[in-house]
Design a protein around this ligand. Structure first.
Ligand SMILES: Cc1cc2nc3c(=O)[nH]c(=O)nc-3n(C[C@H](O)[C@H](O)[C@H](O)COP(=O)(O)OP(=O)(O)OC[C@H]3O[C@@H](n4cnc5c(N)ncnc54)[C@H](O)[C@@H]3O)c2cc1C
Length: 419
């Protein structure tokens, strides 16, 4: 699909010093032209690039890092994320999750078994695989090249990077939570960010076998949040998510250390690598597509507030952006159709925000009356796997109030994972 608009034009010599500097560089660089430039090779950018390249669109994808690179993330993939991916992710899955154990401060574990909870992957491997798929479909990949700025020029966008400049008809901001694209497009937007901390932990011998293909959620190891233990092929990914703004400067690292001390499968580990990052849990603006620019994934603030899950929304918004871009390039619609297509996802995220506000106001009660009550825990697991929408989960939980107030709590299971 060749764009019909003009090719690159050299910037005016009468511009400021920055322009002159770029103009000199442009003299030396043969500037290619692309229909679409995608910034960022996470699940969002890789999905857009793959879908567009598969449709014959000329795509350039840039990442400031060399791939594969680690991304601070649990690497938990819900069933709905697996379904939404534009190709099978099976080749890079470490595990299909067999069961979820939900506990409160290392005690009273409840076993929630169901087929199709989700799967575990390592982000370096997953993102590298997805980028390779996009390249195989025809996208051009530039690694170790970061976006610096962009500006409109003759109906196109001029995209300036650390290594040169490119013209494109559409720019996709898939550059994560600190998105430079978002900062330039929406300078006044203030993303709603909540804290999370992750550690890759290589446990003491035999502990990996003890965890097996189970993942653990613990609602009592951090106020207004949860801790997780996710099994990977040769290590455990553990972490804490908190549905609360960072204003109280809670000591996340200290809480993570206490979490490790609380679990026998974590204590006495051989090696640990800890990293913290923020999770954007509300769309950054009403319009996420304007002036030839589209925001997807974390750059658009689309992580799920209930669990901090962002890979599903990244892939989903990537798919919706690709649909909108293809129809724009074919002259069948405007880029703003992306915002219309996003309504369903935005509704789900708004319902999840409400559910999170209620649930995390007292995780202890949520655990006692929700997780330990069979019908409600079914809804909870459905929300994790994606078979139950946040709105249905919320309405179902409220509707079941008499039941969960009176029901006998499920007994704790005996498991060698717990003391
Ligand atoms: C501790 C933690 C645990 C999490 N666990 C989970 C989980 O288990 N499951 C889940 O679904 N979600 C999880 N999330 C959320 C998930 O990681 C994100 O929502 C998801 O990665 C968003 O994908 P993305 O493609 O939008 O952005 P990212 O994956 O962040 O990718 C952005 C890419 O853009 C590149 N980039 C950034 N700036 C530039 C630039 N200027 N120029 C060029 N490239 C640039 C980066 O190098 C990166 O490769 C977790 C988040 C955190 C913080």
């Amino acid at each position: 699909m060749r764009s019909t608009a003009g090719v690159y034009e050299r910037p005016s010599r009468r511009g400021n010093c920055e322009r002159d500097r770029l103009a000199t560089r442009y003299d030396e660089v043969v500037t290619p032209e692309f229909d679409v430039v995608v910034i960022g090779c996470g699940p969002a950018g890789n999905t857009v690039a793959y879908r567009l390249a598969s449709a014959g669109v000329r795509v350039l994808m840039l990442d400031k890092e060399a791939l594969p690179r680690h991304k601070v993330c649990g690497g938990g993939l819900s069933e709905k994320a697996l379904r939404e991916a534009p190709f099978s992710l099976s080749p890079v899955l470490d595990y299909r999750v067999g069961a979820a154990l939900v506990a409160y401060d290392g005690a009273h574990p409840v076993r929630c078994e169901r087929s199709g909870i989700g799967a575990m992957a390592q982000r370096a491997v997953l993102d590298g695989f997805m980028a390779q798929k996009a390249v195989a479909a025809g996208a051009v990949l530039h690694e170790r090249e970061s976006l610096e700025s962009f500006e409109p020029r003759n109906g196109l966008l001029e995209v300036r990077t650390s290594r040169g400049a490119f013209t494109a008809r559409v720019l996709v901001g898939a550059d994560g939570v600190y998105s430079r694209v978002r900062k330039q497009l929406l300078p006044r937007a203030t993303p709603r960010l909540v804290p999370a901390i992750e550690a890759r932990l290589w446990p003491a011998p035999d502990m990996l076998d003890l965890v097996g293909d189970s993942c653990i959620f613990d609602l009592g190891v951090i106020p207004a949040g949860y801790g997780w233990v996710f099994p990977k092929r040769d290590h455990l990914n553990i972490g804490l998510y908190r549905f609360f703004k960072r204003t109280d400067n809670l000591d996340m690292r200290g809480l993570l250390e206490a979490f490790v001390a609380r679990y026998r499968v974590l204590r006495g580990y051989e090696r640990i690598a800890v990293k913290a990052l923020l999770v954007p849990v509300a769309p950054v603006a009403r319009r996420l597509a304007s002036h030839g620019v589209v925001l997807v994934g974390d750059a658009a603030g689309l992580a799920d507030p209930m669990f901090g899950e962002g890979i599903y929304s990244a892939i989903r918004s990537g798919n919706l952006a690709a649909d909108a871009i293809v129809s724009t390039l074919q002259g069948k619609g405007a880029l703003s159709s992306y915002d219309r297509r996003m309504r369903g996802l935005r509704f789900d995220l708004a319902a999840a925000r409400l559910a999170a506000a209620l649930f995390y106001s007292s995780p202890r009660l949520g655990f006692r009356f929700g997780v330990r009550t069979r019908l409600v825990s079914k809804l909870f697991m459905g929300m994790i796997s994606g078979t139950v929408s946040p709105a249905r989960g919320l309405i179902g939980t409220v509707g079941l109030t008499p039941y969960w107030l009176l029901a006998r709590p499920s007994p704790a299971v005996a498991s060698p994972i717990f003391d």
